[in-house]
Design a protein around this ligand. Structure first.
Ligand code: SF4
Ligand code: SF4
Length: 293
């Protein structure tokens, strides 16, 4: 929000690329909503194209019950339609008039149908007025309409239910393990060890942190090895809310503690006393020490 206010205050001339990007974005949406409208659903949207290969006789869709509706005939309040052998569709055309893509669902499922269900509501309204049961147009499969049966629990519903439940469990698990901070620690590219003083070696590292919370987070780094010390450069690290923070730090280790030229190190990233991540890295020492595995 602060960033948006800042952009507004600074004006378009200070952010020409963003300004023209927004102009193009707004123009495309204006053309889609004001001019093209349903043409986008029919021509551009891939959903309609995919429908043909995804649907079969068992697929539930917005469907006209032709068994009940045909033969269609105009409404006559003085006539018993059943005795006259007429179907329930009074050919009022309401379902066609309300359809945003202008199709007649009575001709069967068509790729232009975006399943908005406006025709269902329109037809239910008409059925109420002519005192016939609702649902002449409803969610149903071609098979249930043809057989005159209702939807029953089948293997496909069971399969999709299992898949959906699995996905819900997976997304719940992913939410549960989501951390407030995402962090990476790398030894500075191209850097070797430094002789820190007569008793210590040091390595230089960079840490990058993504703060996924809505508050600024102070961050500390610790290592498991007691003989090592971390020296942050530029003072304590605080990552602004919803932003990326970067810092450089030195890891100083006593020479006597190093047994090889490549020592595995485990960093712990903490914020407000809570451990956010454990990151493995290596500490480089002189080649005179044996190479580590
Ligand atoms: S569901 Fe919507 S798009 Fe499909 S036929 Fe009915 S009114 Fe038209
Ligand atoms: S709204 Fe219903 S009754 Fe009217 S034409 Fe469509 S299907 Fe027939």
């Amino acid at each position: 929000m602060d960033r948006v206010l800042q952009l507004i205050k600074e004006g378009p001339s200070a952010h020409l690329a963003g300004f023209f990007g927004m102009l193009i974005f707004a123009a495309v949406h204006y053309i889609v909503f004001a001019k093209l409208r349903e043409q986008v659903c029919i021509i551009v949207c891939p959903y309609g194209r995919l429908q043909g290969v995804l649907l079969d006789r068992n697929s539930i869709n917005v469907t006209y019950d032709y068994k009940r509706g045909e033969p269609r005939a105009k409404h006559n309040p003085l006539e018993d339609r059943d005795k006259a052998g007429k179907g329930d569709c009074i050919d009022c055309n309401s379902c066609v008039l309300v359809c945003p893509t202008g199709i007649d669902i009575r001709n069967g499922t068509q790729l232009e149908c975006i399943n908005c269900t406006a025709c269902i509501d329109a037809c239910d309204n008409i059925m109420d007025r002519v005192k016939k049961p609702r649902g002449l147009i409803r969610y149903a499969s071609e098979r249930t309409i043809a057989d005159g049966t209702r939807l029953s629990f089948n293997v496909r519903i069971l399969f999709y239910s299992v898949v959906l439940t699995g996905l819900l469990i997976l997304i719940g698990y992913l939410f549960s393990i989501r951390t407030d901070i995402e962090s990476t620690i790398l030894r500075m590219p191209g850097s070797m060890y430094q002789e820190y003083d007569s008793l210590h070696y040091s390595n230089i590292y960079t840490i990058q942190l993504i703060n996924k919370t809505r508050r600024d987070l102070p961050v500390e780094i610790e290592i498991e090895e007691a003989a090592g010390e971390i020296k942050m450069m530029g003072g304590p690290l605080v990552v602004p809310k919803g932003d990326v923070g970067k810092a450089t730090f030195l890891l100083v280790i006593e020479k006597s503690q190093l047994k090889s030229s490549l020592t595995p190190i485990e960093f712990r990233v903490l914020s407000e006393g809570r451990e956010m991540a454990e990151i493995e890295a290596t500490f480089v020492g002189p080649n005179t020490l044996h190479a580590g595995k």
